[in-house]
Design a protein around this ligand. Structure first.
Ligand code: BES
Ligand code: ZN
Ligand code: ZN
Length: 498
């Protein structure tokens, strides 16, 4: 899919479909139409008024024509569109392309590129929106010959000549970020019988194999044991799969600005263990490696994106299964830092595996660590389906991630780490217990549990992505049902502002 920048409106006539975002403002509509190649502008305006098209958000007016279908999309009264608005418009465009099967489209962006708007962000969002909206996990379905496959070859954008370089740069970054996000979506959508710790480790190795700036270390069970990661191994012990500890390293060429770690929860299936999940609460539990999927998805495009930061990706990958060998409530295990954990409930396993993956990450000489985990059902009760809960021990880190989320269109909400709640995780027999003494504030107590394993001088943020890891219904125009690939784009934005 190529981006072609054109400066004159007659040059975009070649496109089969023309998309024109219009503000809800009479004068703006007139100006927009004036800039297009219509012989009879009055006729277009008349048609708009007959169809009651005023530019209200998400209103759509289609003007069929033999030569070029023109689709007006209402954008509401916003003085200028946000980057996320553009991403969503691009997603809407794809919904239409699935009907028209066009190979070339044009977007009129000139009106939106006034002043000091971030030109690069515009095409980045367009590329992301188009590719992500076209995503479908249909590899296990019979081929549907009546389904129109997205087959877009050319995207024209009407803009100024001096904006060309930036528009092109943004487009390329958007394509890469969409690719990384799609990688993460694929991993989440894959059934757990395929998506095993071994499969996940192979994905990491594959990425390292094709990218010079990335290496992968896979630690086998014996090495993990030698390093003292007994908390991680305790969660694994009921499974007949072998565990894998995955360590990806990206090294930038040239000066390294910072050294950071991204840790992903990698429970490839969470049955709950002996505290087995009941009813339909187990059905979706292949998604419990969503944090790991984000790490792998990001690494799959890091070599192309070339951030100036050294990045360590860390995943403790295993299953949580019941069996005669499984960990039992009442057991006490030690993580690699020597902290003892009382297992109150085997279904609170993510935090136990992460006691070791976080400890390992901090041994890599990093200054900051961000973890992503499908950690609690409680965060879904607190924030609903579209938000990740954000926790951080450092204000600047929290602000950076919130800002990155704003740009990427991924919703994060800051939640507290109250000192006075720490006692809720106390154990009578060990240093800490994996379930709190109260059923309230479960996302917070889980985050406080993780914090116990963070060293004094390390800046740490935790994203509980249990809700937005998976869309039960389409989340927006570019996020269909299934794995979301949540966090790939936000993390990249964050790496760039470090
Ligand atoms: N993987 C689950 C959390 C989860 C729930 C993710 C729903 C996505 C959707 C986690 O391991 C878990 O089971 N947490 C328990 C903790 C409880 C036993 C303290 C929970 O949230 O119920
Ligand atoms: Zn669980
Ligand atoms: Zn889990």
């Amino acid at each position: 899919m190529d981006l072609l920048i054109k400066t004159k409106s007659e040059d975009i006539m070649e496109a089969e479909v023309l998309f024109v975002p219009v503000l809800e403002d009479e004068q703006a509509i007139k100006n927009t139409i004036k800039s297009l190649q219509y012989d009879d502008q009055a006729w277009v305006l008349d048609k708009m008024s007959k169809e009651k098209f005023t530019g209200k958000k998400d209103q759509i007016l289609i003007m069929p024509d033999d030569e070029q279908v023109v689709i007006f999309i209402g954008t509401g009264q916003a003085a200028k569109l946000s980057v996320e608005d553009w991403r969503q418009i691009a997603g809407q465009v794809v919904a239409y392309l699935k009907r028209y099967s066009a190979q070339s489209i044009a977007m009129v962006a000139s009106h939106w590129l006034k002043g000091n708007q971030n030109v690069r962000a515009l095409t980045q969002a367009m590329a992301e929106g188009i590719l992500l909206a076209g995503y479908d996990f249909d590899k296990y379905k019979k081929e549907d010959s009546s389904k129109i496959k997205l087959n877009l070859e050319k995207v024209f954008v009407l803009a100024k000549a001096n904006q060309r370089v930036k528009l092109k740069q943004g487009w390329q970054v958007g394509l890469w970020l969409a690719e990384g996000t799609i990688k993460a979506r694929d991993l989440v959508n894959e059934p757990a019988s395929v998506m095993t710790p071994t499969y996940l480790a192979r994905q990491a190795e594959q990425i390292a194999k094709v990218n010079k700036s990335i290496s992968a270390k896979i630690l086998e069970k014996a090495q993990v044991k030698k390093m003292g990661m007994n908390a991680f191994l305790a969660v694994d012990q009921g499974s007949s799969q072998v565990p894998k500890f995955i360590h990806l390293i990206y090294k930038p060429t040239g000066r390294t600005k910072d050294k950071i770690a991204i840790v992903g929860k990698g429970v490839t299936f969470d049955s709950g263990g002996l505290n087995i999940k009941t009813g339909d609460s187990m059905e979706q539990m292949k998604i419990d490696m969503g944090g790991a999927a984000t790490v792998v998805g990001l690494f799959s495009v890091l070599a192309q994106l070339k951030p100036k930061v050294e990045v360590h990706g860390v995943i403790a990958a295993c299953e949580n299964m019941p069996s005669g060998a499984a960990i039992k409530p009442g057991d006490i295990v030690k993580n690699m830092q020597g902290k003892s954990i009382e297992i109150g409930n085997t279904d609170a396993e993510g935090r136990v595996t992460m006691a070791d993956s976080l400890a390992y990450a901090q041994k890599q000489g990093i200054s900051k660590v961000v973890d992503l985990a499908t950690l609690t059902g409680a965060v879904m009760a607190a924030l609903g389906t579209d938000y990740a809960g954000l926790f951080a021990n450092d204000e600047k880190l929290a602000k950076g991630l919130l800002k990155a989320g704003d740009v990427s269109g991924e919703n994060l909400w800051l939640l507290p780490l109250p000192l006075e709640y720490k006692k809720l995780n106390q154990s009578k027999v060990a240093d800490i217990k994996n379930i709190p003494s109260t059923r309230y504030g479960g996302a917070i107590t889980a985050a406080l549990f993780l914090q116990e394993f963070i060293e004094e001088d390390v800046k740490w943020a935790h994203l509980d992505i249990a809700a937005p890891v998976y869309a039960e219904k389409p989340m927006n125009s570019y996020t269909p049902v299934g794995g979301v690939g949540f966090g790939v784009r936000t993390l990249f934005e964050w790496l760039n502002i470090l």
